[in-house]
Design a protein. Structure first.
Length: 65
């Protein structure tokens, strides 16, 4: 997702998205550990999405527009 898409979400939806992304990251790491993950860039994509979502959440806390 792009930052613009995260900014369009409500605070509750954003928190739900962060939770689901963290779950997805957990499952991807497990698959990678046992050798079932073919595309390692999926882990990188999810980590960056989590960072973007947390950035938007922090911007809202600080009142930055």
């Amino acid at each position: 997702m792009k930052v613009k898409e995260f900014r369009e979400l409500t605070s509750e939806e954003l928190n739900d998205k962060i939770y689901s992304l963290k779950e997805e990251l957990f499952h991807l790491r497990r698959r990678k550990a046992v050798g079932q993950l073919e595309h390692g860039e999926e882990v990188r994509r999810v980590r960056k999405d989590i960072a973007r979502a947390l950035m938007v959440k922090r911007e809202r806390e600080l009142g930055i527009k």
